[in-house]
Design a protein around this ligand. Sequence first.
Ligand code: AMP
Length: 257
Amino acid sequence: MEKLKAAVKGKKIILLGPPGSGKGNRSKDLKELGLVHVASGIALRARVRNDAESELSKKAKDYMKRGDLVPDDIVVPIVMEHLKKKECVVNGFVLDGFPRNKSQSEILFSEMDIDLVLYLEVPRRHLIYGIVEANRRTCTKCALTYSDFDPPQDAEACNKCGGEIVKRADDNAETIKYRLKLYEEETKAFLPDLEAKGIVELLPITVSDDEEVDTSKLKTLRGDVYRTETDQGESVRMLNLVAMRERLFDILVEKFM
Ligand code: AMP
């Protein structure tokens, strides 16, 4: 662990994945290695909460409520300012929720090099189920998420930081479907550019039946191994939080050590 921490120090990592793909939880894993977590969604929600009456906050809130992308002139300065802070330069960062479209990607890459993009691959069917039916809740302080798969020990307080756990206003069926559609359209517009740079690594959550995996590594729902369908219609199992952390760290070892 100490060797891995030293190897990732100063690295700039992007987490790319649709809503509900586990960006918050993977960010927590990367934070344990010393990277600074920079999440555009958390930054925007904090801005709207702390400065509720400003025109900027009201405008941002409207977009967020609908699940639309907040305009670049609001979100880009908030994120870029954070990434240039000394704590990010020295320790490195994990960027969560940004870039979300081609122009954000171009601005980011024109200002800094990125070491790694982790592409979180999760079946669409599970994304909707995990957020809506399994009742995703989010910590307002550190953004860790919980659901019926991984319920918090205390229904209202985060296991990790004690922050308040709430259901996000935009975590409803209609908005989720819209956010997924937007994600697919907008990400497809810039993902090939990042792939061409050779920095994208796939981090899949599914385990096909051909793969032998210890049950202790599988996602369960109320005691049973959970199964979902891939976008191609194959029935699959999924890795749990502990196993995803291992899969993530294996990629980092391979890449940086
Ligand atoms: P998230 O917490 O990443 O799911 O973001 C919540 C909401 O914040 C999104 O649905 C958008 O309305 C807004 N948002 C977050 N990141 C961005 C971004 N990079 N560009 C535009 N809007 C964003």
